[in-house]
Ligand binder design. Structure first.
Ligand code: ATP
Length: 203
């Protein structure tokens, strides 16, 4: 008998440069609170909103596999890294909707991403494709306020309850460039991969 198609599908995008413990904590919270059948973790290709060159996708994908290895219902999806040119969330959601007709899609975001909402490509289409779910972030300048500010603009917006975690990939890259430890901000297999491949040696 063919396996049933997932009905509740999460989409969690990011640079994952590198993936860290707050990414995995957010994924766990989203899977539990939204009762997801599967969570697609999707490293970005050329992200239009990041103003620096990302680490080559082959490394970010491998580190993302290592970071999320213990979460059974996570699937690391390389589709955005395989696109030529900028990669847009709206295109990914349209593809997933075509691949999983009838499934409910949930787009999982940290607060900083939600804050940039109005600058996303074709952002008005996104609430019609997926339920947008926002988790708080410790370093947010407007912690708590983003959700309330966006609620009137984004139909069906949901809040994910997550203890604040002061972890960012920017801080991890800086620490690595200065030869400092990144334990316990990244999981050990990711830290070993970074060391083996001499990543993040310069700021
Ligand atoms: P950078 O510091 O390079 O901008 P980042 O740590 O924000 O990276 P991303 O890969 O850009 O990591 O983030 C992917 C997603 O995870 C985004 O939606 C982001 O808001 C969310 N996220 C990242 N860190 C946290 C955190 N500490 N708490 C909650 N959400 C987070």
């Amino acid at each position: 008998m063919a396996a049933a198609l997932p009905r509740r599908i999460g989409v969690f995008g990011g640079a994952f440069d590198p993936p860290h413990t707050a990414h995995v904590a957010l994924a766990r919270v989203a899977i539990a609170q939204l009762r997801m059948d599967v969570l697609f973790v999707i490293p970005t290709g050329v992200a239009f909103h990041k103003n620096r060159d990302l680490t080559p996708a082959v490394h970010r994908l491998e580190m993302t596999h290592l970071a999320f290895a213990e979460l059974d219902c996570v699937v690391v999806d390389p589709r955005e890294t395989q696109r030529i040119g900028p990669s847009y969330t709206v295109d990914t959601l349209l593809e997933l909707r075509a691949e999983y007709p009838g499934a409910q899609l949930f787009l999982v975001l940290g607060e900083d991403q939600a804050q940039a909402w109005g600058s996303w490509h074709r952002f008005r289409e996104i609430p019609g494709l997926a339920t947008i779910c926002v988790a708080g972030r410790a370093d947010s300048t407007r912690a708590g306020g983003i959700f309330d500010a966006l609620s009137p603009e984004i139909p069906g917006l949901r809040r994910l309850e997550m203890p604040p975690m002061e972890v960012s990939a920017t801080d991890i890259r800086l620490r690595l460039a200065h030869g400092q430890s990144v334990h316990p901000l990244v999981f050990d297999p990711v830290a070993r991969y970074i060391a083996q491949h001499h990543l993040y040696r310069t700021a």
